[in-house]
Design a protein around this ligand. Structure first.
Ligand code: NI
Length: 142
């Protein structure tokens, strides 16, 4: 990845926040404050892009469910086929006799990804699910 030109500017913040930032830099092993602040801003921008809804994002949808539950597996598969263009890959793990863990890798507009996750997580019989959002990588150079 090419190195992007750095932009230097000064930030003012309450001293207590600055002290906690320094502690974070130390604990997390950042090279310096700038690296830590850039990381925090990137993280917030990923969330912001998701909120905008029309920006392309990447992510994973994780589901745990009992495959013996009537119609559940077929319902989950139907939802996934309806959105095949944004589901890049899926992994299915048989956790035990009853429980399945599914991880879907998704890439598409934030609003669409959120809608798919909501549909899957709302399916009756899904025990737990979570959407994890990240960036496609195109919005950031390091
Ligand atoms: Ni299974």
């Amino acid at each position: 990845m090419k190195n992007e030109r750095l932009c230097r500017f000064s930030i003012s913040m309450p001293a207590t926040i600055a002290r906690q930032l320094d502690a974070l830099v130390h604990t997390k092993g950042y090279a310096n404050r700038s690296q830590a602040v850039a990381e925090l801003v990137r993280s917030r921008l990923v969330e912001h892009h998701q909120e905008l809804g029309d920006r392309e994002i990447a992510g994973t949808i994780t589901l745990v469910y009992d495959h013996h539950k009537p119609h559940l597996q077929a319902a989950l598969t139907d939802i996934q086929h309806d959105h095949h263009s944004v589901i890049v890959s899926t992994m299915h793990v048989h956790l035990d006799h009853h429980n399945c863990l599914e991880v879907l890798v998704v890439r598409g507009k934030g609003a669409v990804i959120r809608q798919i996750a909501d549909e899957l997580l709302a399916a009756k019989g899904v025990k737990h699910g979570r959407l994890t959002i990240t960036t496609t990588g195109r919005d950031f150079e390091t």
